[in-house]
Write a protein that binds this ligand. Structure first.
Ligand SMILES: [Zn+2]
Length: 368
């Protein structure tokens, strides 16, 4: 039951200082002109604002305060060091971002940007994911969840994309192997978008298995085909499950049970990390999951962590842009991590129709 397990939640207010504002000045240049052109062309009455905003994580924190979960303890995080980040990002990329500290600039035409406080926020997001890994290896807690931003899974070794600056989950995987001397790490990415950055980073690395359920291309970022299975020595340790937009709980739980479970039996990870995007919930209009679906996914992941990793499980927030839904999905996942029985998924309406059919049956039956 809830409270049977200890879960560490890391929430650090420094991640709120990443806040690009469209109406303020950006570093001038080609990209600013191009993006301004794109935004002007949207033709919307309301002004464009950065979708990946601080209100997202504030909503999660507020729901945890309003509806506390037994077994969940909240603490602050820490910034990652340059050395920790350089395990997955190039020196030149890190230097480029450092040069932008204190400035507001676009990093990609997909509107990914930095504001004055973004570098520290991104360092704290990555460093807090590292702290979560340390906490589970030190056995201070059984599992941990990092309520961080900016997200990470679209950033690769050399490039920011999709609102991601540092690849938090990749930095944490590399740290676990370096610091805790483990060989095999499993990264599960259940965000609705393909985790192209994470896949890129570990594409040829057989020590990190990457499993990703997502909405199929051409949906952003356009990668994650079934046939992308890793390359070189890493061939076979990338597992992509591209899905149609209306795929919901039954399809996705099926993918976890019938594709992830056998992959994990073969790979035998020593740590499970989750890129926990909450934008597969149906209100985000990317995929068609429910809150019960998130609870059930968390249940499978927790079961695998118990079975193979002595329970070691760390999740870090990725996407989710409707603050209310994002907060509720996170809450449901945390309940399962804290010991609640996971929900079982069903096709909505099927049981109701069976009952209603029973109600109407006598009306149309022939009188005896
Ligand atoms: Zn996403």
């Amino acid at each position: 039951m809830v409270g049977d397990r200890d879960v560490l939640v890391i929430y650090d207010e420094r991640v709120l200082s990443h806040r690009p504002e469209a109406e303020e000045e950006f570093l001038p240049g080609r990209m600013d002109k191009r993006i301004r052109g794109i935004l002007d062309g949207l033709g919307v009455e309301a002004k464009w604002s950065y979708p990946e905003h601080p209100g997202r994580v504030i909503a999660v924190r507020e729901l945890l305060e309003a509806e506390p979960i037994a077994g969940v303890r909240i603490t602050t995080g820490q910034p990652a060091t340059r050395e920790q980040l350089s395990r997955v990002h190039t020196t030149s990329y890190l230097e480029n971002l450092h040069e932008l500290e204190g400035k507001q600039a676009w990093l990609d035409v997909d509107t990914t940007a930095v504001s004055a406080g973004s570098l520290e926020a991104a360092e704290v997001a990555a460093g807090s994911t590292i702290a979560a890994v340390d906490a589970v290896f030190e056995k201070k807690v059984q599992s941990a969840f990092v309520i961080c931003r900016p997200p990470g899974h679209h950033a690769n070794a050399v490039r920011a994309r999709g609102f991601c600056l540092f690849n938090n989950i990749a930095v944490a995987a590399a740290h676990a192997q370096f610091q805790w001397d483990i060989e095999r790490v499993l990264i599960i990415d259940w965000d609705a978008h393909h985790g192209n950055g994470t896949q890129d980073i570990f594409d040829a690395d057989p020590s990190v298995m990457f499993f990703d359920t997502h909405r199929a291309a051409p949906f952003y970022p356009g990668t994650g085909d079934m046939e992308e299975i890793g390359e070189g020595l890493g061939e076979g340790t990338t597992v992509n499950v591209p899905l149609p937009e209306d795929a919901g709980d039954l399809a996705i739980i099926n993918a976890f049970e019938n594709i992830l479970v056998p992959a994990v039996e073969w790979f035998k990870p020593e740590l499970i990390l989750v890129s926990a995007g909450m934008d597969a919930h149906r209100t985000e209009l990317c995929l068609n999951m429910s809150y019960d679906g998130y609870s059930a996914m968390a249940g499978i992941v927790q079961r695998l962590a118990d079975q193979y990793c002595d329970g070691r499980l760390v999740m870090a927030l990725e996407g989710g842009y409707n603050p209310d839904t994002l907060a509720r999905c996170t809450h449901r996942v945390l309940e399962v991590m804290a010991g609640a029985a996971p929900a079982t998924v069903r096709e909505p309406g099927v049981e109701e129709v069976a009952e209603i059919a029973e109600f109407h049956r006598s009306a149309f039956a022939e009188m005896e």
